[in-house]
Ligand binder design. Structure first.
Ligand code: DUC
Ligand code: ZN
Ligand code: ZN
Ligand code: ZN
Length: 466
C-alpha cells in the first residue's frame, strides 16, 4: 500500500523545504521533488500545510495509581486523545511500587497497555526504591526490555522518594550501563514541613499547594541532582517538568560546562500561572494542582522557559499528562490541598500549544518540530525510527494546517477528563491529518484508527550520551 503526500512543506529540525513524501507500507521511502512524477495508490493533498514527524510525548502517566485514586485516562483513551492531537508515540512511566520487584511492576504496566493503544508506546521505569535488586534490575531492563531511562523522586517522602545515597547508587549504575536518570527535582523533605505548617494554620485551599512548593526548593533539588550526577562520573541526567528560573539556571550552567545534563518543560509552565489558579472560584483551583507547581507571572519563569527552549537548555517539551477528573478525584482534596491528586492532562494539546509559540514568534518552525518530536526521539533511543521525516523512518506523520484553528475545551477534547486546564484557548493552527506507521488515523475531523494498532517500542540508549 503506497501513499503520496503531495504539495506540503516538510519541516525537520534543520530546515523546511517543499517535498512530496512517499510512503510504502509502514515506512517513508522517499522525499521527492514536487516536479517528479510518481504514482501511488493513495494521494493526500498537503498544499499550504506542513508535513512534520508525528509528535513524541516522552512523559505520560496513563492509569497511574496516585493520590488515593488513579489517573483517569486508560492507555486506550489516552492514546486516542494523543492521536487526535498529532502525537504518534508516547513514553509512559511504568512504576515499581516501593517493596515490589521491578520486573513485576513492569509486567503490570505491559498488561495495562498491551492491545489497548492507538499509537506506538514505550516505557521509562519509575524506581520506588533503590536497593541491590533494583540496581540489578536496571541492568536487565536496559539489556533485555528496551527500557533505558529511570525516574527517581527527590519529592514525596514515604511514597516514591529516594534519598541522596540511593540516588547516587542508581546514578552510578546508570553511568555504567548507559541509561538516563530522570529526576523529579523538588526537596520533598522541606516541602512536607511547609505543607504541615500551612495545614496547621488552616490554609487548606488549592492555592497552598503551589505556595508550599517554592521555586527555591526546585532549584535546590536540581542543583543537588546535578552535583550527584557529577560525582557519579557525569551520569546522564534529565530533569523532568522543570518550571523554575533558578532550576533552569542550574541546568544551563551544567550544560555550559559540557555536562551530560538535559531538561524538559511542559506546556502548563509555558502558558499557565499561579495567578490563573488563584483566580479560579472556590475549590476550582484544584484543576491546576500539579507538581512541580505553576509559578507566579510576577516572576520571570515563563519568559526564561521560552528562552531556555530557544537556547536548548530545555531540550524537550512533554506534557506530564497525569489527568484527574474534578468530580470525585480532584475533590478528594476539599478541605486539605495536600490530598488533591497532582496532575494536569494535556496529551492532546501539546503539538498545538507549542505551535502557538511559533505563531507568537517565540520559536522557529524547526525548533517546534525539534522539541516535540526529533529531540525526544534522540533523547530516548527512538531515533531515527521515530522523530524525523526521512526515508527509512516509520511513516508517523502529521499534516499541520497553519490556517486552521483549534479551540480547546472539555466539551470537545478526547481525554477522559471532565475539565480542561486550557478551557477556551484558541490556537492559530490545526492538526489536519495524522498517520501512524503508514495508516491514516485522523483525517477531515474523523477518526480512522483503532485500539491495538499501537506497538510496544524497545528503546536504545540516548543519542546524546557522551
Ligand atoms: N510528577 C510527575 O512527573 N507526574 C505526576 C506527579 C509528579 O509529581
Ligand atoms: Zn514528577
Ligand atoms: Zn510525570
Ligand atoms: Zn479537525
Amino acid at each position: 500500500m503506497s501513499t503520496l503526500i503531495k504539495g506540503g512543506t516538510v519541516v525537520g529540525p534543520t530546515g523546511s523545504h517543499r517535498a512530496d513524501v512517499l510512503i510504502d507500507g509502514e515506512k517513508i521511502v522517499a522525499l521527492l521533488d514536487p516536479a517528479f512524477p510518481v504514482e501511488a495508490e493513495t494521494t493526500i493533498d498537503a498544499s499550504g500545510k506542513y508535513v512534520i514527524p508525528g509528535g513524541i510525548d516522552a512523559h505520560t502517566h496513563m492509569q497511574l495509581p496516585f493520590g488515593g485514586t488513579a489517573a483517569s485516562d486508560t492507555f486506550e483513551t489516552g492514546t486516542l486523545a494523543a492521536a487526535w492531537g498529532g502525537t504518534t508515540t508516547i513514553i509512559d512511566f511504568a512504576v515499581q511500587k516501593t517493596g515490589e520487584v521491578v520486573q513485576d511492576g513492569l509486567a503490570a504496566w505491559h498488561q495495562k497497555a498491551e492491545g489497548n493503544c492507538h499509537i506506538d508506546y514505550a516505557f521509562h521505569m519509575i524506581l520506588g526504591g533503590v536497593d541491590g535488586d533494583a540496581l540489578k534490575a536496571m541492568d536487565q531492563l536496559v539489556t533485555d526490555e528496551g527500557i533505558t531511562s529511570f525516574k527517581l523522586f527527590m519529592a514525596y517522602p514515604g511514597v516514591f522518594y529516594s534519598d541522596d545515597g540511593q540516588i547516587l547508587r542508581a546514578m552510578q549504575t546508570a553511568r555504567d550501563n548507559g541509561a538516563m536518570i530522570m529526576m523529579h527535582a523538588e526537596n520533598g523533605i522541606a516541602i512536607d514541613v511547609l505543607v504541615q505548617q500551612a495545614l496547621a494554620r488552616g490554609e487548606t485551599d488549592p492555592i497552598h499547594h503551589g505556595l508550599t512548593r517554592p521555586a527555591a526548593l526546585e532549584a535546590e533539588a536540581t542543583n543537588r541532582a546535578i552535583a550527584l550526577a557529577s560525582v557519579a562520573s557525569d551520569c546522564p541526567l534529565y530533569i523532568v517538568h522543570l518550571s523554575a528560573s533558578k532550576a533552569l539556571e542550574a541546568v544551563a550552567e551544567a550544560r555550559d560546562a559540557g555536562r551530560n545534563v538535559f531538561a524538559e518543560t511542559c506546556p502548563q509552565y509555558l502558558y499557565l500561572t499561579l495567578e490563573d489558579q488563584l483566580g479560579a472560584p472556590g475549590f476550582e483551583g484544584a484543576k491546576w494542582v500539579c507538581s512541580t507547581p505553576l509559578r507566579s507571572k510576577y516572576e520571570s519563569h515563563q519568559r526564561d522557559l521560552w528562552k531556555g527552549l530557544r537556547s536548548n537548555d530545555l531540550a524537550v517539551v512533554s506534557t506530564d499528562h497525569c489527568p484527574f477528573c474534578f468530580k470525585d478525584q480532584k475533590e478528594l482534596g476539599r478541605g486539605d490541598f495536600s490530598k488533591i491528586p497532582n496532575g494536569i492532562g494535556g496529551v492532546e494539546h501539546r503539538v498545538d500549544l507549542l505551535y502557538q509559540g511559533v505563531v507568537d514568534g517565540r520559536l522557529s518552525l524547526e525548533r517546534w518540530v525539534e522539541t516535540i518530536a526529533t529531540t525526544p526521539a534522540r533523547m530516548f533511543g527512538l531515533y531515527p525510527q521515530k522523530g524525523i521525516v526521512a526515508p527509512g523512518s516509520d511513516a508517523d506523520l502529521v499534516i499541520y494546517d497553519p490556517n486552521g484553528r483549534t479551540h480547546i475545551s472539555a466539551g470537545t477534547h478526547h481525554m477522559n477528563m471532565d475539565h480542561s486546564a486550557y478551557e477556551g484557548y484558541e490556537i492559530a493552527g490545526h492538526v489536519d491529518t495524522v498517520i501512524s506507521r503508514g495508516q491514516v488515523i485522523v483525517a477531515n475531523g474523523t477518526y480512522h484508527g483503532r485500539k491495538g494498532h499501537g506497538c510496544y517500542l524497545k528503546r536504545g540508549l540516548s543519542s546524546y550520551l557522551v
